[in-house]
Design a binder for this molecule. Structure first.
Ligand code: UT7
Length: 330
């Protein structure tokens, strides 16, 4: 019997309407369009302005977009995973809230905390569920309201992040030449100190003092993260190419996490993948953490052809990073 493989059969996405551009940011902190464009490559990012709407709103809209495009009914979904670092609440899961918002009643739902690598981890888990033969329709949602944990008085971090969500439907296939082929994921806890939120969890609960000290925002030592992101993402891409007997020339699309255009350029050089075979949308969405890779797939969907060979790669807080090699399914 042919082996059951997992394949992405649809992608939905959503970004909120409000656009925060570099000129507006330059009026908020001591920065400039010139600095942000030359050091990071971001021109603008989408922001969910309504303080009463959270990450589940973004995720639910991405799922609705997917359902409309594919003609899927909510009752068909068996599992819904939500990769996020910005959950609506610390508990329960944002996935449960998205399920409720879109009418999913026949599935179990849970969240994944794997920072910017969340979609890759979710896709890996979904792939195992599908390959086991037990599930036929798994939804991987990656959704982030990053603006809620950005300190808009800190010029080192506030230009970097944006809000958005994407949802992928994963189904079984036995067809040759499509589907998820390989996943390679790593964690090194050395990264914890370089990128985290200082308070609000069990080790430093929220207090007046933690609020006064701005400890409920993203803390990042940018240069240290940059160094690891370049070397680890480049290495994991080289490793996944090598163990699948591929070179950069064989790859139709590299889909990198969109944290910094200079990081993407370095990974592209190292892998030998041609520059016009790289999905880039950082200039108009910024770093949307877990949503970054699937938002690229959503935006570039019309350029993809059945059987195209893709490498997805991401790096994030933890550190956790990795790569997925797949062949596009439609
Ligand atoms: O998605 C999760 C993983 N995250 C990442 O992959 C992010 C990795 N890190 C980066 O992308 C970069 O390190 C940053 C974009 C965060 C920062 O760029 P950088 O080139 O590493 O800048 P830096 O932090 O070393 O700062 C260089 C200079 C400093 O000034 P001095 O000390 O040289 O006078 C900063 O104060 O740039 C200054 N600076 C700014 N200037 C204008 C920092 N932020 C800004 C700003 N506008 N927004």
């Amino acid at each position: 019997m042919a082996k059951i493989k997992a394949v992405i059969t649809g992608i939905g996405g959503y970004v909120p309407d409000y656009i925060l551009n570099n000129d507006e940011l330059s009026r908020m902190v001591d920065t400039s369009d010139e600095w942000i464009m030359s050091r990071v490559g971001i021109k603008e990012r989408h922001i969910l302005k309504d303080p009463h709407l959270g990450t589940s709103f973004l995720g639910a809209n991405a799922v609705k977009n997917l359902f409309e495009k594919k003609g899927i009914k909510p009752e068909e979904i068996e599992v819904i995973l939500c990769a996020t670092s910005t959950p609506d609440n610390i508990f329960p899961s944002t996935a449960s809230k998205i399920a409720e918002a879109v009418g999913i009643k026949n599935a179990f739902a849970f969240d994944i905390q794997a920072a910017c690598s969340g979609f890759l981890v979710g896709l890996n888990i979904a792939t195992s569920f599908i390959e086991s033969g037990r599930y036929k329709k798994v939804l991987v949602v990656a959704a982030e309201k990053m603006s809620f944990m950005v300190d808009y008085t800190d010029r080192q971090t506030c230009p970097l992040f944006g809000d958005g969500a994407a949802a992928a439907l994963i189904e079984p296939t036995t067809e040759e030449g499509v589907g998820v082929v390989d996943c390679l994921l790593h964690t090194d806890g050395i990264g914890y100190s370089h990128l985290h939120m200082k308070s609000g969890g069990s080790v430093s609960p929220a207090s007046h003092e933690t609020v006064d000290k701005h400890q409920h925002f993203i803390y990042q030592e940018g240069a240290a993260v940059f160094k690891h992101a370049v070397s680890d993402m480049s290495q994991v891409c080289a490793d996944i190419l090598e163990r699948n007997h591929l070179t950069g020339d064989d790859i139709d699309w590299l889909v990198p996490h969109q944290a910094n255009l200079r990081i993407i350029d370095a990974v592209v050089k190292r892998t030998g993948i041609k520059e016009d075979h790289v999905m880039i949308n950082i200039d108009h969405v910024g770093n949307t953490s877990a949503a970054s890779v699937p938002l690229c797939l959503w935006e570039f969907e019309s350029k993809l052809k059945k059987g195209d060979k893709l490498i997805l790669t991401a790096f994030g807080a933890g550190f956790i990073w990795g790569a997925v090699y797949l062949q596009w399914g439609y």
